[in-house]
Design a protein around this ligand. Sequence first.
Ligand code: ZN
Length: 59
Amino acid sequence: MQDEVEVCCPYCGETVALVIDPETSGTFVQDCDVCCNPWAVTVERDADGDPYLSVERAQ
Ligand SMILES: [Zn+2]
């Protein structure tokens, strides 16, 4: 089962639902669905495995 997390784009400010696999953690680059700019997405998980995402501009 995949996790769906809403994140706020650091470029266009839109809220976008990001789907991640259960084994996904660490940092990856993903393009915004709305403005196509690259995000640096960092995934951390708590003890229950619930994901916490932070999104920054990938340079
Ligand atoms: Zn965007």
